[in-house]
Design a protein around this ligand. Structure first.
Ligand SMILES: [Zn+2]
Length: 357
């Protein structure tokens, strides 16, 4: 498989040990430019031809394929599949990315006709509740979603509904999992017809959202680096590198964006002793919360002595408990974790950010 330009850049960046640290002048995919996707059309009997436009598409539905990228592409081309999505992405550092339907056509993926009519669907290679999804997949999928959100005018926002609205024209629209699509026969139940549970517990919504929103950061937004990332004294590859922010460094955007040299740049005031300066958004993930943010739980929530599912549970919060973030994010075991100091009698510790607002 031919390496994508983005993948080539990542490889080069890693080789010099610092993410987007390049002075080769090789072009990259500018923010929200249409991604380069292979075209492998789904079988004619597996979708509904239509003439949808931006007014019709409100949702972007995330799936896990229960198989590989190649197997999924082949299946949607099989006349007996009775299913299809617009996109299929491989779980790999430099993933295969395939478009199988024109966005104007209606895929059969949500198990709910009105949601099919109102959405784009994307399959990811892997198995629900089992696969560890890699950054290459989140990066590629988020690039597709960001382009589609711009082209089809839906909000580039992860929606944390238990179940999305019964009528897909209600609610704000945005990015949801198949498990959040209402059952057409019982709108209080999720997963569409057949109660699908993908993308499941190993899909890190926080990290995916970090990639989704990296090119759309406002000022004073919390960010976290996805790789060792160059910090420069001005936006662009010509800026002098003044420091390197190790992967996982947090900070706040204080200026930008500036588009230069094929990247989108933000000035970041980094925590942990890293110099303030300009970094490329490809590896600068939106973080949702940072230190001193006030949060409220949306469910009873385990509190652990370290980030990750292997850490000891030291307490449980009530639904609706309030607190203040003191550390994080740390991405582990399919969740984005934050350390929270709780206002009530609950012990301070690490909890999964999905159930914080
Ligand atoms: Zn699904």
């Amino acid at each position: 498989m031919q390496q994508t330009r983005r993948g080539l850049l990542r490889t080069l960046g890693a080789a010099v040990g610092a993410g987007a640290v390049l002075s080769t002048g090789v072009g990259t995919v500018a923010a929200d430019e249409e991604p380069s996707l292979a075209w492998e059309p789904a079988g004619d009997s597996n979708y509904t031809a239509a003439a949808r436009g931006p007014a019709d598409v409100r949702w972007f539905v995330v799936h896990v394929a229960e198989g590989t990228h190649d197997g999924t592409v082949a299946w949607f081309q099989d006349p007996n599949a009775n299913g299809s999505t617009h996109y299929v992405v491989e779980n790999a550092a430099d993933p295969a990315q395939t478009r199988m339907l024109d966005e104007s056509d209606i895929g059969w993926h949500a198990g709910n006709w009105s949601y099919n009519e109102a959405s784009l669907g994307i399959e990811h290679g892997g198995y629900t509740d089992q696969t560890t999804f890699v950054d290459g997949l989140y990066d590629a999928s988020a690039s597709i979603a960001a382009w589609a959100a711009d082209a089809y005018d839906f909000p580039l926002r992860v929606r944390r509904y238990d179940v999305a609205p019964c009528d897909p024209t209600d609610g704000a629209g945005g990015v949801i999992g198949h498990d959040q699509v209402p059952d057409p026969d019982n709108c209080s139940s999720g997963g569409g017809a057949g109660a699908h549970t993908d993308p499941g517990s190993t899909w890190n919504w926080g990290r995916y959202e970090g990639y989704l929103r990296r090119n759309h950061l406002g000022t004073y937004q919390e960010v976290v680096t996805a790789a060792d990332l160059n910090v420069r004294d001005s936006p662009g590859l010509g800026g002098t590198s003044v420091d390197t922010a190790p992967a996982g460094t947090t900070g706040d955007t204080v200026d930008g964006p500036v588009d230069a040299d094929g990247y989108r740049w933000y000035e970041v005031e980094y925590d942990d002793g890293t110099t303030t300066g300009w970094s490329a958004s490809d590896w600068l993930l939106y973080s949702r919360f940072g230190a001193w943010d006030d949060v409220t739980t949306t469910a009873a929530l385990s509190v652990r002595d370290a980030p990750g599912l292997d850490a000891t549970t030291v307490d449980t919060t009530a639904n609706g408990e309030t607190g203040t973030v003191t550390d994080g994010p740390v991405d582990a075991d399919g969740y984005r974790w934050f350390e929270v100091s709780w206002n009530g009698g609950t012990t301070s510790g690490w909890s999964a950010g999905y159930w914080l607002e």
